[in-house]
Write a protein of this length. Structure first.
Length: 238
């Protein structure tokens, strides 16, 4: 791994009553160690701070927080990180190559690639001329390579279950090369099942390592698939 630790510099924070420092998981963060595996997942309910922290890491890496790497210069309204200047990253060694995937603003990244005429770096075809899922896979296959850190915010947003499995194979091939690190915020029980990954839950007001089978994503999906009719009766009854 390249990125070893994320620290929140509490002494610099003006007030914990203001966003994003008012988010319980952020307020209670002091140090997050990333030394166990090349793949780390951030999981938790909406609003628990996982995307906020991932965006701050991207900002500190000097990636475009609208999505992209260090050399992708374009702007999208309201993509600045409010947390980035308050965290410290520890590296060994530090890398500058990588990418921040922000699913919600990927359209703007694709437009940027069209504007600069960089289609060849993404399979030779405009990302806008592919389906949403195809464009994500084109990014993964053509833009991702070795000695880099990849920060992915909900990459499953455009991927069918089958394409999520394809993504896992791409991820695994990069991990096997030994010089790629992934930090992924996700709601997908398929992606979370990647072998030997570290999973940090942002639920319950803290950031805590958790086993795959203990995640809500696994438990709710498993229960639903095994007890669909009963589950639907329970939640749809008046």
């Amino acid at each position: 791994m390249f990125l070893k630790r994320v620290e929140l510099q509490h002494e610099l924070i003006p007030s914990f009553n203001e966003y994003p420092f008012s988010i319980p998981s952020i307020k209670n963060l002091y140090q997050l160690d990333l030394t166990q595996n090349n793949v780390t997942f951030f999981v938790g309910e909406n609003g628990t701070g996982k995307s906020t922290l991932l965006e701050a890491i991207a900002d500190k890496c000097e990636f475009n927080t609208a999505g992209g790497g260090r050399n992708n210069y374009y702007g999208v309204h309201a993509t600045e990180s409010a947390l980035g200047e308050y965290i410290r990253l520890s590296w060994l060694p530090k890398v500058t190559n990588g990418f921040f995937l922000r699913a919600e603003s990927f359209y703007h990244f694709a437009s940027h690639i069209d504007a600069v005429g960089a289609h060849d770096a993404y399979g030779g075809r405009s990302l806008h001329q592919q389906s949403h899922g195809e464009s994500f896979l084109s990014l993964f296959l053509n833009r991702f390579n070795g000695k880099a850190i990849y920060l992915l915010d909900e990459p499953e947003a455009a991927l069918s279950p089958q394409r999520q499995l394809t993504f896992l194979k791409i991820l695994h091939d990069l991990v096997l090369s030994g010089d790629s690190q992934f930090i992924i915020a996700t709601h997908s029980p398929i992606l979370l099942g990647y072998p030997n990954a570290t999973i940090f839950s942002f639920d319950n007001d803290t950031i805590k390592e958790i086993d795959y089978e203990m995640t809500d994503h696994y438990q709710i999906t498993s229960y639903y698939l095994q007890n669909r009719e009963k589950f639907l009766r329970e939640i749809l009854s008046d």
